[in-house]
Structure formats: C-alpha cells, structure tokens
Design a protein around this ligand. Sequence first.
Ligand SMILES: NC(=O)C1=CN([C@@H]2O[C@H](COP(=O)(O)OP(=O)(O)OC[C@H]3O[C@@H](n4cnc5c(N)ncnc54)[C@H](OP(=O)(O)O)[C@@H]3O)[C@@H](O)[C@H]2O)C=CC1
Ligand SMILES: CC(=O)N[C@@H](CCC(=O)OP(=O)(O)O)C(=O)O
Length: 346
Amino acid sequence: MLQCGVIGATGYAGSALVSLLAAHPKVEITYLASHSYAGKRFSDIYPSLKGACDLVLQEEDVQEASKLCSVLFLALPHGLASSKITEEILSRCIIIDLGADYRLKDSSVYESWYKTEHGSKSLLEQSVYGLCELHRDAIVNANLIANPGCYTTCSILTLAPLLAEGLVDPTSLIIDSASGVSGAGRSEKIDSLFCECNESYKAYGVTNHRHTPEIEQELSLILGSDVLVQFTPHLVPMNRGILSTCYANLKAGVSEADIESAYHKHYGNEPCIRLMGSSLPETRFVRGTNICAIGWKFDARTRRVIAIGSIDNLIKGAAGQAVQNMNIRCNFEETLGLPLFVSNPL
Ligand SMILES: NC(=O)C1=CN([C@@H]2O[C@H](COP(=O)(O)OP(=O)(O)OC[C@H]3O[C@@H](n4cnc5c(N)ncnc54)[C@H](OP(=O)(O)O)[C@@H]3O)[C@@H](O)[C@H]2O)C=CC1
Ligand SMILES: CC(=O)N[C@@H](CCC(=O)OP(=O)(O)O)C(=O)O
C-alpha cells in the first residue's frame, strides 16, 4: 500500500482528499495534520466520515510527515507551502500541492498577483503543473506537482482544443466563470456567510483575479505565444460546482464541424473529460465526480464559439485531480479511486 499524508486535512479541499484517499484501494493514510484541531480525530471534525477515517490529527510537521509518507498532499492557504518544501523533502517524498505556490513558473508573476514573497523560488523549475490531460508526460516523473486551481482547470480544459487547433482569435478570449461557495474555503470569511451569499449572485475579482495569470500561462504554452484573457469569476449560492462560459471569435472559414473535431481529437480518449456537444453541461451533472464536462455552441450570426465547461471545484478542481496526479505519478490506473459518475442524477 502507498503511504499518504495530508497537511491541511480539515479544510474543504483537504477533507475531500481524505475521503477519496480513504476509499482508494492502493492507499493507506498514515498522517493527517491540522492547524486548529491537532489531537482530535479527523472524524470528530467530519462525523460523516466516521468509520472511514478516524485517524488522530497531528500538529503540522512537513519534515516528519515526509519520512512517514511516500506521497504528501498539501492543502494549505497560498503562501505557506513554498516556505515548507525543500530539496531534501523532495528527495524522499512526492509532494502534491493543492495551493497556488508552485503553479506559476515565473516567481515575479506569482509575487505580483499574490502580493507575497515566494519562499522557495529555486524549486519552481522542477515543479510540474498538474493539469493531468495536458501534462501527463511530465507528471510521471515529477516529485513536486502543482495541482491547478479550480477555475483554471475548468477554463483551460474548455478552451485548450480551440487554441491548439488554431480555430479562434487568441486576442478575443473572454471567460465568465461561476463557483459554489466551498471554493472560498472553510475558514471564516464574511462573503461566504449564508446571509451574505444566499439568494444573490455576484461578480468579484473583476480584472484582478489570481487565476488569470495561471490561465494565461497554460493557454500561452498551447498557442506558443502570449495569450491574454478577460476572466471574471462569480459567486453562486450553492455548495459546490463551477461553470465556465468561454467566448472566442472564430477565425475565417472555421466551421461547426471543425470545432467538434477539435474537441474529439484532443479529448476523445480522456477518461476524465465528458464531451457533451450542443447539450450543454450543468454543475449537477458533475457533482462529486472527477469529470470536466464540456459543451459548445457555434454562433454563425456573431461568428463566435461559446464553449461551456463544468467541474466540481472540490474534486476535478482540487482533491480528485490531486488523486489523478498521484495515480499517474505512481503508475496506478489513472482513474483508480475516482468517481466518474454522479451518485444521484437528481
Ligand atoms: N476550495 C476549493 O474549491 C479549492 C481550493 N484549492 C486550494 O486548496 C488549498 C486549501 O483550500 P481550502 O480547503 O478551500 O481551504 P480551507 O480554508 O477550507 O482549509 C485550509 C486548511 O489549511 C489549514 N490552515 C489554515 N491556516 C493555516 C496556517 N496558518 N498554517 C497551517 N495550516 C493552516 C486549515 O487548518 P485548520 O482547519 O486546522 O484550521 C485547513 O486545514 C488552498 O490553497 C486553495 O486555494 C484549490 C482548488 C479548489
Ligand atoms: C468562490 C471562491 O472564492 N473561489 C476561490 C478560488 C478557489 C481556488 O481554487 O483557488 P486557489 O486554489 O487558486 O487558491 C477564489 O476566488 O479565491
């Protein structure tokens, strides 16, 4: 059995990860750490997982954890992981970081968007951006995997085939994304309180959301030159789920069939992508699953494609993708232990 640990196990992303790892047939959870609940059992904090994981939560000690685990997941607020990971830790343990610290390859871009210093710039060179469908070949050999953000996973996967096949004008990309409230994490935040977000829908982070440079980094790699996107996130009063609506101007001569064949060429064999064509995805279709569902419409009148992607922010957007990365890295079947269908279609 592969010995795994989670630091930040009591957060929304960490707890989703514990739930997946506890049911994974090749994994034994040997270490869980919490900032506020050390000494309590995990199932005291998440009683719904009583019997599935009753391990006692430890005071966080990444050095010690890396001696006990072959794979260590970090699910901490951004800025913390980069001050804790060292070459020495990476020499004995695979790190999968669910936060943002190792996602942006240029530390000055990280520091300007996150307004904090990066704690281990020298490790950025060896980190691999863990968007499984795009970087599988690099993930297989990586000891430091930067799990992507939730909005970014959904937006990049939705737009990638259109750019890769040169079907759209890369200066025309607009992404409107909406997330459930768990995307903001479990720590007390006024915007996440029931009375502040229920019965309401709002845009936030307009022109300055931290996922913008992450989306641009990856789409630029695909295109082979710099891409700028207009990314606007929105908060929806639901627990979980993301829907990204992506608009792009079509290049001259591009047909509806070209779009369809681009998606099938890139994703036809992807186990965690569900192509829906013109029957568009909804968040409830992917709730609890590691699937990114993608649909699209060709608008002949405006000469635009509107591509719509949906994921569960806590699964394909965080914990599920982290397990998918572990599966790839450890040569397990890629979807082992990952839900691919909703448990209740209603
Ligand atoms: N929520 C989501 O949909 C997604 C989240 N992520 C990323 O995953 C990471 C965790 O997010 P999420 O689970 O939402 O956040 P939460 O706020 O729900 O959880 C944060 C976790 O980090 C611990 N923690 C908080 N402050 C500190 C600290 N100063 N030192 C050590 N540990 C600390 C908390 O411990 P304790 O509970 O004991 O206080 C908790 O376990 C973030 O980087 C986030 O950006 C990525 C994709 C999606
Ligand atoms: C609804 C909500 O607040 N969502 C979070 C995104 C969560 C996430 O995936 O962000 P990182 O992993 O990059 O921190 C936000 O907008 O900050």
